[in-house]
Design a protein. Sequence first.
Length: 400
Amino acid sequence: MRILVVGGGIAGATLAVALRQAGFDPLVAEARHSRAALGGAFLTLAPNGVNALRAIGLGDVPSAAEGFEVSGLDMHNARGRRIAELAGEHDLDRYGARGVVLRRARLHAELTRRAQAAGARYRFGARLVDLRHHAAGVTAVFADDETVEVDAVIGADGIWSTVRRLTWPDAPRPRYTGIVDCGGWTTVDLPDTSRQQMYFGHRAFFGYVVRDSLAYWFTNVPRRDEPERTEFDNLDHQDWMTRIRELHADDPAPIRAVLGAANRSLGAWPLYDLPDLPAWHTSTVCLVGDAAHAVSPSTGQGASLAIEDAVVLARHLGTGRRPETAFAGFVAERKSRAEKIVRFGRQIGDRKASSAAGNLFRDLTLGFFLRMGAKAAREQYAYRVPQRPESPYGPGATRA
Ligand SMILES: Cc1cc2nc3c(=O)[nH]c(=O)nc-3n(C[C@H](O)[C@H](O)[C@H](O)COP(=O)(O)OP(=O)(O)OC[C@H]3O[C@@H](n4cnc5c(N)ncnc54)[C@H](O)[C@@H]3O)c2cc1C
């Protein structure tokens, strides 16, 4: 089977490794021009994501990518009082792994290196622009007019997926969440934090974690109207940081210490998630990762779900069934889990956005909401990629 993976992000690179292990010779087409150009800030790999990497022998990737383990989080209100916690001390016993904080570029580069070492073919600078379906398969057309003939196309091309748009022109578009995210890392004079520290600040939500005097921080700036796609392309970092410091001027001391030390944010990113899609596959095309189910970063599950998808899809394709059957099995196994996490992320995002209003009702119900959130997180972490694909049409399975 000739397989084209469109997009060499976290899902695409992991899928390339898993497909090589299953005996395929995939081609990965990545729009960016080189491995070095694959950027981003930082992200958390949850215990379920670490376990999914282990399932394909990539358990050492987080440490090779210089990630550090963090278990649990403390949630504070605007006065600095801890109002909820997600204890992480027993994560290793409970889930067999701890969460890991990683710079996205390092994780991405390491996964790409593993995929290439496993023999996956890559084409950088290959932006897919069209898919032409015919009796013998699919012709993929790229922006430079190059074409590739394949039997199956996997759309691993992220939240603004071209594969999705070409295959389902009427599919819902990504939904703006009302938040502009920004952050980075900076040297600070603060002790290490064993847990992630989160604050519902007076005007914006803030999170940070410190390891070896380096604080990894982010803030969620509420912004009701959807920004233009290019609005933050040429960010004036000085202006932007002044604005961020003003937003958090009345918030607890650790936030002010981190922002006082930070002289720039790595960028400003309007946050989107993806409403449930009616379908993730056809007989020749299948979506994975953010292309299928982009979650808000508030869940800490985007990369973990992408990795789970890659492992599960390669297992289904590895059974040697027709692509359509393998795709249906994959979707039956993955869709409801991923979409539940998208909804969970939306609820958290709405709470964060309402933070700006100093909403009394929110403050009163926050404790209950956070306890529910902790329960959902435990369920998410406990997931293990099944070792063998279940029957694609087993109990409860639906053809998408
Ligand atoms: C540049 C970048 C920075 C990010 N930074 C962060 C971050 O700081 N924190 C965080 O939590 N998440 C970040 N994310 C999102 C996070 O990586 C994903 O949510 C998650 O890892 C899911 O991975 P994915 O492979 O499905 O999608 P992505 O990681 O988004 O990968 C999609 C890939 O497809 C490629 N692509 C897109 N369109 C085409 C096309 N037409 N033809 C060929 N290739 C195409 C993109 O260049 C990209 O490499 C970032 C994503 C990107 C692309």
